[in-house]
Design a binder for this molecule. Structure first.
Ligand code: PLP
Ligand code: SF4
Length: 334
């Protein structure tokens, strides 16, 4: 175990940092100087959706604080195992818009490609925690099926690389994938939905930025940041390079009890994002997935928070408050 006072991970490659991510409760708690016996809420020591969090993200947590807003997003709690009525395993029913392995086509003109089923961090509230990833591990043959699907439909103008986390692919695969997509004439835009830049900023290496930005496609990156403490100088510098390369930067946030359900936190997040060149895009209410009920806020509370943001911020810093509905082909405003 590497004590945070000697952050050896800072000199490692992103792949080394990824494989060196915390995967055990004991090592994570030790790094944060937390004593398991003192936990103010019951923990889950053997979660079905395993603990995973890179050191670079843990370094932004406050040692000794069980209620750190970054820690709460990754720490498995026993309440995840309580059955909650109205919460399902596949709340978005993505299985039904999954025409070929690794591809979800639910919204008109856009397809979502599960470029990599892996994630660098396991967010406890994640709606994909029960997604059949094993069936969506795109092998090269599956890429081809997904590419053929897109190539055969001229109304598809945007391809969204998602996951899991698409930036878990190595730069070579990423480059090949972007190139292949850019060879489909009717595709105009490439979008990347990734939490990796936030949890492991070194992932945005110059070759990664080149792979994403050097095709003929217009490129948009949607990062996933839930709390202002997630933005540090390292992330700011990498995002600056992405912007220099002509990539449009947006952010999506999930509203989470005890993490960001305060108007001041959300307003600080918007301002801090803008300071690093990112526009707030979506503020999602939680998808009702089994295991995440303790993060939920009522719709009334969500709307009230959103109104407080509108009262405080310039319009362009107020994200759209939305919910995903399995039957509707767009993110539905609350
Ligand atoms: C969110 C989402 C998109 C993208 O939606 P935008 O409103 O364009 O950001 C596309 N496909 C699926 C399945 C999605 O969930
Ligand atoms: S990074 Fe995204 S897909 Fe992966 S666990 Fe977190 S929220 Fe889910």
């Amino acid at each position: 175990m590497i004590p945070l006072s000697q952050p050896q991970w800072q000199t490692e490659t992103w792949q080394q940092q990824l494989s060196g991510a915390f995967r055990s409760l004991d090592s994570l708690l030790a790094a944060l100087q937390l004593d398991r016996a003192q936990a103010p809420y019951p923990l889950d020591c053997e979660p079905g959706f395993p603990l995973r969090v890179p050191q670079a993200f843990v370094a932004r947590m406050e040692p000794g604080n069980w209620f750190d807003p970054l820690l709460l997003q990754v720490l498995p709690q026993a309440r995840e195992n309580e059955p909650s009525p109205g919460y399902s395993l596949d709340p978005l029913e993505e299985a039904r818009s999954n025409p070929v392995p690794g591809l979800i086509h639910k919204y008109r003109g856009r397809v979502l490609l599960i470029a990599s089923p892996a994630c660098a961090v396991h967010c406890r509230y994640c709606f994909r925690r029960h997604f059949p990833y094993e069936d969506n591990q795109p092998a090269r043959a599956d890429w081809q099926r997904a590419i053929d699907y897109i190539a055969a439909r001229e109304d598809i103008s945007e391809v969204i690389l998602s996951g899991g986390d698409p930036l878990a692919l190595n730069d070579q695969r990423l480059k090949e994938l972007v190139l292949t997509i850019s060879e489909i004439p009717h595709v105009e835009r490439l979008r990347v939905h990734s939490r990796l830049p936030v949890v492991l900023p070194d992932r945005l290496s110059s070759s990664c930025i080149a792979a994403l930005s050097e095709s003929r496609l217009q490129t948009v990156m949607v990062i996933h940041c839930n709390h202002p403490n997630e933005i540090d100088a390292d992330l700011a510098a990498r995002l600056g390079e992405l912007r220099q390369a002509g990539v449009t930067l947006l952010n999506q946030t999930v509203l989470l009890t005890a993490v960001n359900n305060q108007p001041d936190t959300l307003c600080r997040l918007s301002k801090k994002l803008f300071n690093v060149g990112v526009l707030p895009y979506y503020l999602h209410v939680l998808d009702r997935v089994q295991g995440s009920a303790h993060f939920e806020l009522s719709d009334d509370v969500a709307r009230a928070l959103h109104v407080q943001m509108m009262e405080t911020l310039p319009g362009y810093l107020v994200p759209k408050l939305v919910r995903e509905d399995p039957a509707i082909g767009y993110k539905v405003p609350l």
